[in-house]
Design a binder for this molecule. Structure first.
Ligand code: FEO
Length: 396
């Protein structure tokens, strides 16, 4: 049994909540689950917009059949070939052997590679329009938002943007499926984490896509993950502008540290106290052994200040700090106010390595603290002072 989820004018949501999967792409934790979204446009022709991960195909095809009520499908629009959306294409073709797959030239190679599908493919280019009857879809290329073959499409009658991964978020749709029906509190952090981890490296392609989309009047955004957006489109556009320019949402300080026996943690607390007593309220402290890197990255995208601390470990950075630094560098996160600190027993390496990060990232360096063995009261004061100076720079 399934009650239809109509967005507007015979255009339906048939996405599926995944509450089972532990980690997206097998490494990003999903405490709030995730959705795989697909849509049906019922007109003289029937078009389905993307599919879902194969693990939820049973539920998906039930949703689809409920909307179709015996009709067949003319077009399967493939915006993106990552298997969380393309995973059911082969099952789809088995059910509807006469469908045309509408997609980009780059997807054709992937359709062949993943599914050995080489026929009934309609290649579309920038600006191609597909007539469905009373409605039509116009296609725009959006390469590298998130893969090279990505496109988005615009339904001209109801002003709906089918945006592929863009504007997606982790988090299931609980009860409702549109932003107007949902308490959105849980989505904002998860949307930033999704952006930071999935799309965050591709700032220039996102900027290019936003520029292209700015010419369109958009009433609905139908992404491939999370709610259908209707009432919050200006907020989404603003967030994507900020994130893709590496602008912080708020003034604030992230302190991310590794520690084996508590000395680096002691310094983190001193820095936080100094920042607090200089008037900064947005202070988030992450022990990298307790918090997954994806959540730390999300906070780094949110706030303009960052301090990283690490013990020296086998003459290198602590392994989980190394992982965080690599994730930051890989995403080329710009425009941050930065400080660092480290602890060591017999070889001082981590603080120097963390200092070098600021040169590599072209960040504003405020200072560093290097501590040998137990934290003395002088070192505590040094760390406190670093926190104070960080806060002053952040609040300026
Ligand atoms: Fe949701 Fe890049 O796939």
């Amino acid at each position: 049994m399934y009650n239809l989820k109509e967005i507007v004018d015979k255009i339906f949501y048939i996405g599926v909540n995944d509450r089972q999967k532990e980690a997206f792409e097998n490494y990003l934790p999903l405490p709030n689950g995730v959705t795989y979204n697909s849509y049906v446009i019922m007109d003289e022709k029937v078009a389905v917009v993307d599919t879902v991960e194969a693990t939820v195909a049973g539920t998906y095809f039930s949703n689809l059949e409920a909307v179709l009520q015996g009709r067949s499908v003319d077009y399967l629009i493939v915006h993106h070939m990552e298997p969380d959306h393309a995973g059911s294409i082969d099952l789809f073709v088995q059910r509807f052997p006469n469908i045309q797959i509408v997609t980009t030239s780059k997807s054709k190679d992937m359709l062949k590679g993943y599914f050995n599908i080489t026929e009934n493919i309609m290649e579309v280019k920038e600006g191609t329009t597909l007539e469905l009857g009373t409605k039509s879809l116009t296609f725009f290329m959006a390469p590298m938002v998130h893969w090279p073959e990505v496109m988005v499409s615009y339904e001209n009658k109801n002003k709906i943007l089918f945006s592929a991964d863009a504007f997606g978020t982790f988090g299931t749709n609980d009860g409702g499926f549109m932003d107007t029906q949902l308490n959105l509190d849980k989505y904002w952090d998860d949307m930033r984490r999704y952006y930071a981890c999935i799309v965050g490296k591709f700032a220039v392609p996102v900027q290019n896509a936003l520029k292209k989309l700015s010419a369109l009047e958009i009433s609905y955004i139908c992404s491939l993950h999370g709610p259908v957006w209707h009432a919050n489109i200006p907020k989404l556009m603003d967030l994507y502008q900020k994130w893709s320019r590496y602008e912080a949402e708020e003034k604030g300080l992230v302190i991310a540290y590794g520690t084996m026996y508590g000395n680096s943690q002691h310094l983190a607390e001193a820095i936080a106290q100094g920042a607090s007593e200089a008037g900064l309220k947005n202070i988030v402290i992450h022990n990298v052994s307790k918090t997954d890197t994806s959540f730390i990255l999300s906070d780094i995208f949110k706030y303009n200040g960052l301090v990283i601390g690490s013990p020296t470990y086998m003459t290198y950075m602590y392994p989980l700090i190394e992982k965080l630094v690599s994730a930051i560098e890989h995403r080329e996160i710009a425009n941050r106010i930065y400080g660092c600190f480290g602890s060591y027993t017999w070889a001082s390496k981590a603080t120097k390595m963390l200092s070098d990060v600021s040169c590599k990232m072209n960040w504003q360096m405020i200072g560093s603290v290097d501590n040998k063995q137990a934290v003395s009261s002088d070192k505590y004061q040094e760390a406190y002072q670093l926190g104070k100076e960080m806060a002053e720079a952040i609040l300026k």
